[in-house]
Design a protein around this ligand. Structure first.
Ligand code: URP
Ligand code: ZN
Ligand code: ZN
Length: 476
């Protein structure tokens, strides 16, 4: 007994064509014209729909303890956002506090996800320290846990950040272990110096969050870590790229060809710009994340970078917080100093929503507005992350033998994004009021209908952890 999706248009990273798709159990078993339904088969009408691979969001933070609070969406609400938006796999980050074991933190993340996740998931492991234990754990994380990607932070000093010595050692260790290094590339020293000076001058409003992390500081750190990776002929993936300066460095690294250099950006950097930080009544705090939103010319450069392959993947950095009660955090530091985020931007929790909106926003303003092709939309939102992170061809495509993670996409609807209707637990949505002209109507995870017409049908705990193979530099 199988399911035949009939009459739709299959869109993959490389092709678009009219075809039926057959599912048996968890897998796609046939693709072709006029597939015959046998006894007991279910037929689903996909007339007027696109049939796309389930989205893969390579950059999310669910239930992350961060900046004195915990990000609002957990593996339950976060995976509901995913299914409603047409995403079937999330890649979170298991981030240990300094001094903590990576293996232990992966166990902790498993405990958070196991009974809640409604779609499939895996993690990148963050390296927030360098010592003998971490050196010993990196190859074990790859072999024993099936995690081949390691994030380092060149900012957030004192919390997650690594200095150059430590960062270089991670690059070397990850190369030896057969993994890829992911980098939060902003010069932490510049940021700390500028932010300290601004606060001393009484400049605590949200706009100074952006001004203390200028595009040049992102470009510098991006170029630096690419050079480190070239020394080892390793592989590096720059996460949440925002700035022309960083795009230039990624391009230069790719031209030199000594290291595998890959670029990710996130939905928000195409649409939301630095001027939002100057909204009255401290509304700008809603948009605080790192790296910050940039002036519009950087967004224009990102659209170009999508088409010239400087950017290969689009994530969200979904790390949602309530505006009331989390963004406006007040408290006391361990040394007894009181802090108030409404007076000092350094304490505004960094991050906001995006999982549910990613495919809709990129489709509406990318595909519908003629900026990218349908195939490039699928490549950057669904396929390339599978290739980079060792999930291909199980995930990320419509092919015989692949998991039946399938989205029926309405390519011609109308609607408006709003916190009133979103699946996120957060009390606001940064895309509030944006019109959308395409959306997921049915989302299948491994052959089962997990979402249909506004309703999430997958149970908590039905999502599976995905073990991944070693990184292959030739996969993309
Ligand atoms: O503002 C952000 N990006 N919050 C999440 C942590 C990170 O750096 O990805
Ligand atoms: Zn980051
Ligand atoms: Zn992030």
């Amino acid at each position: 007994m199988g399911t035949i999706i009939k009459g739709g248009r299959v869109v993959t990273a490389s092709d678009s064509f009219e075809a039926d798709v057959r599912i048996d159990g968890e897998k796609i078993t046939a693709i072709g014209k006029n597939l015959e339904a046998g006894n007991g088969d279910e037929t689903i009408d996909a007339n007027g729909r696109w049939i796309i691979p389930g989205g893969i969001d390579p950059h999310v933070h669910l239930e992350l303890p961060f900046m004195g609070t915990i990000s609002k969406d957990d593996f339950d609400t976060g995976t509901q956002c995913a299914l409603a938006g047409g995403t079937t796999t999330l890649i979170d980050f298991a981030i240990p506090p300094k001094g903590e074991s990576m293996l232990k933190i992966i166990d902790d993340w498993d405990a958070k996800a196991k009974d809640k996740a409604r779609c499939d998931y895996t993690y990148h492991a963050a390296v927030t320290d360098w010592n003998d234990q971490i050196a010993e754990e990196i190859p074990r994380v790859v072999k024993e846990r099936g995690i081949n990607s390691f994030k380092i932070f060149l900012a957030y000093y004192g919390v997650f950040g690594l200095n150059d010595d430590e960062a270089f050692r991670v690059v070397r260790a990850v190369k030896e272990a057969g993994g890829i290094v992911l980098v939060h590339a902003v010069n932490g020293n510049v940021l700390t110096a500028m932010a300290t000076e601004m606060i001393a001058n009484g400049q605590g409003e949200p706009i100074y969050h952006a001004l203390s992390q200028p595009p040049e500081a992102e470009g510098e750190a991006t170029g630096r870590i690419i050079r480190f990776t070239e020394i080892e002929n390793g592989s590096v993936y720059i996460v949440h790229t925002t700035a022309i300066d960083a795009l230039e460095e990624i391009n230069a690294g790719r031209q030199r060809g000594k290291a595998t250099v890959l670029g990710e950006t996130c939905t928000q950097y195409f649409f939301l710009n630095q001027d939002l930080y100057e909204l009255p009544n401290w509304e700008g705090a809603k948009y605080v994340l790192s790296p910050p939103l940039r002036p519009k010319e950087h967004s224009e450069a990102l659209w170009k970078a999508l088409n010239n392959h400087t950017i290969e993947t689009i994530g969200t950095d979904h790390c949602s917080f309530d505006y009331n009660g989390q963004k406006n955090l007040k408290g006391t530091l361990p040394d007894g100093t009181p802090f108030d985020a409404t007076k000092d931007f350094r304490f505004i929790p960094n991050g906001f929503n995006g999982i549910e909106e990613r495919l809709m926003m990129m489709y509406t303003y990318g595909v519908k507005d003629g900026r990218i092709s349908p195939e490039r939309w699928v490549a950057t939102c669904c396929t390339n992350a599978a290739k980079v992170f060792g999930l291909w061809p199980r995930k990320g495509t419509i092919a015989v033998g692949s998991d039946a993670d399938i989205v029926l996409w309405d390519p011609d609807c109308s609607g408006t994004i709003s916190a009133k209707t979103h699946k996120s637990a957060a009390d606001y949505n940064v895309y509030e009021g944006y019109e959308i002209r395409g959306r997921a109507t049915t989302t299948f995870v491994r052959g089962k209908v997990a979402y249909r017409d506004g309703e999430v049908l997958a149970e908590p705990g039905s999502g599976r952890f995905l073990k991944r193979g070693p990184f292959s530099a030739h996969s993309i």
